[in-house]
Design a protein around this ligand. Sequence first.
Ligand code: PGA
Length: 251
Amino acid sequence: MKRKPIIAGNWKMYKTIPEALALVNGLMINLKDVMDRDIVVCPPFTAIKPVSDALKGSNILIGAQDVFWEEKGAFTGEVSPNMLVDAGSSYVIIGHSERRQYFAETDETVNKKIKGSLKVGLMPIVCVGETLKEREQNIAYQIVERQTKNALLGLSKQDLLKIIIAYEPVWAIGTGKTATPQQAEDMHRYIRGILKDLFGQDISESIRIIYGGSIKPENISELMKQPDIDGGLVGGASLDIDSFTKIVCFI
Ligand code: PGA
């Protein structure tokens, strides 16, 4: 089964509205002919709507960086799945390690956010990954297995087809230390094995598993050559027109 590559830019807490527009205006020009891979940008909440208006009719889609699971209600400060769709998002990053680390995100809240998003047709990009300490303690595989299984608890095969998994080793995020292509491939293959056990071979072969952690124009091609790496979730290097263009256009 041939899986369509996807490159998503996680802008984190960067870019005011004018800065966001300058970035997507550049990307739209550079990437307008790219059709054989999905391209997604994930601006902060405040820039989603203006970026969505600017990208109308283009081949670049929008994701949010987080979501709350309820449809509406007295939840001060939160944003619902439906509101994200309304503002122009079609994807949402869920369970990023920064949210797990700084904002008390747990496997349980990740699972609720995935379910809430699927209800309105938002495609979750579900992040899993071990810390440096966990890798050194030789429990990286156990941690990723737990995160993956708990995230997907109660989901159907049909749900799975609308999900992307992002393996992001925490020690490689924003550190300049990329996992080697082999380290990443080994974990991706392991995750695909978990999916096969849970949902069967067909589903596991259809799901896109993308890598994240210090992706740069210099290392994307080697990563993408691995059979189980289907794309990238790019942080720092997605904030610059030139470097994100080069990453999207990996050979
Ligand atoms: P990075 O971030 O590319 O800056 O390492 C990746 C991420 O956090 O998604």
